[in-house]
Design a binder for this molecule. Sequence first.
Ligand code: G3P
Length: 225
Amino acid sequence: MSEFRPPTIIVNFKVYAEVEGTRSLTLAKTCQKVSKESGVEIAVCPPVIGLALVAHTLDIPVYSQNVDPLKPGSGTGYVTPSMLHSTDVKGTLVNHSEHRQPAEQVKTCIDMCKYLSLDVCACAESVDKAKELAAFGPQMIAVEPPELIGGDISVTTANPRIVSDTVDAVHSVDKDVAVLCGAGVKTGEDVKTALDLGARGVLLASGVVKSRDPEAVLRDLIRYI
Ligand code: G3P
């Protein structure tokens, strides 16, 4: 059994205007405050441009929103596993719906990140994709139906079956992979349902990032944990 403990909540800041400039650090500090006070592990994924600042300032897990399968060297505009590792970043998302990569690239990213002890949360749009990615051995897989991303109906309400089926499918391949779910998650009820369906946590964005009161949303998200 792996000793890896997945974050219960991963907040993907995406590239929303609300996290431009130093606001990325402000939101990350709010996530850290709620995490420390509650004991619930919350990880943050700031925009790439703010990763180093947030990772050096905070001590909750800071993940990149993406990584490219490149070694250090000649390459322009990429985010390498080595770069993340040397910047105190704890892990990364890969293959997000808004940043898809071919399966072989996802595998290479996972291998390179594992070598550097970086956590990987691989995103999948379907049960089948989640099962395919489970064979690559990431620590986490987040299932997110693309059509629900950014909307007001949580995956746990619109399609609870995809969550429980993904848990079963992934665990039929590798029991140590933690399954998360995301898309439209906004409330403590949504998180509770996700956990009841067998997920270990949630990956969310707009519910926190676009809120006028992110701290209140975060406190609500963890209320049943
Ligand atoms: O990365 C999380 C994401 O794709 C879900 O976004 O806005 O539906 O929580 P949102």
